[in-house]
Design a protein around this ligand. Sequence first.
Ligand SMILES: NC(=O)c1ccc[n+]([C@@H]2O[C@H](COP(=O)([O-])OP(=O)(O)OC[C@H]3O[C@@H](n4cnc5c(N)ncnc54)[C@H](OP(=O)(O)O)[C@@H]3O)[C@@H](O)[C@H]2O)c1
Length: 272
Amino acid sequence: MAQFSNHRVLITGSGAGIGRLMAEKLAGHGAEVVVTARRIAAAREVVERIRNAGGRAHAYSLDVSKPGTLTKLRDQIHQELGPISILINNAGVVFGGEFEQVPLEKHLATFKVNSEGLMACTHTFMDDLIRAPRGHLVNIASASAFIGLPYGSSYAASKWAVVGFSESLRLELAERGIRNVKVTTVCPSYIATGMFKGVKAPMFSPMLTPDRVVESILRGISRGEAFVIEPPMARSVELLKGVLPRKLWDELARRTGVSTSMYSWKGKKKDE
Ligand SMILES: NC(=O)c1ccc[n+]([C@@H]2O[C@H](COP(=O)([O-])OP(=O)(O)OC[C@H]3O[C@@H](n4cnc5c(N)ncnc54)[C@H](OP(=O)(O)O)[C@@H]3O)[C@@H](O)[C@H]2O)c1
């Protein structure tokens, strides 16, 4: 994966979880990484680890739910480093529970970060990607973008939006003859990062390790794949949903534990 050495990669929400791991691994493969996080201290910590390991990284503060700050940040990055060539829209939040028991602000915040924030970051940096010799947009969606997720309805809906946006943009770029920009949509099932602490992983889809998912994402970027879906079993969901009668599909989702997986969601505590 030596081809990353010519890339400047911006990752949103890379102070923790798979964002941080992607930053560290990409830097290990030679990329110059722009680590962004809501809390600058978290971004600086990641940058220090990368630099200590001999990699290239820079820390910036970015809250993707505040689109008004994006142009200024882009201009600052251009001035201090230059344009980026890979954008990884990774920042995400989830608030599980019975729909009406979860405060409306949390449902709306989920869209603000997962869908609108992702679109705003893409809009802000799209010109960078188009001007790069080899640009790449990576959108972290979720396997819940293929299914209904009881007790996680706003999260699933926000990720359905990501898949619709990402897939449409990939096709639009092809229609416009922009061949130097690839778009990869990432759809993993549950990953052990703490975001979904408390969930009961469904049958046939055990909790994934962050390492496995990140390796799979980097491979997908290298190969220019349109979709990265983990575990591979999750690829059959769309097919099954398409061919099975609705009642049978609903029953299958219930029996395999997909429909009840979020019931016991606890998520991260505030300081985790
Ligand atoms: N974990 C899973 O099971 C799973 C499965 C499928 C897809 N995903 C997706 O994978 C991505 C990474 O999740 P993860 O598992 O690594 O969970 P995580 O450890 O909770 O990481 C989420 C990251 O997003 C950041 N973030 C949240 N709101 C933000 C905002 N407004 N602006 C900027 N950054 C913000 C968080 O920063 P703070 O530390 O400041 O909160 C954190 O660094 C998310 O998009 C998630 O939806 C996760």
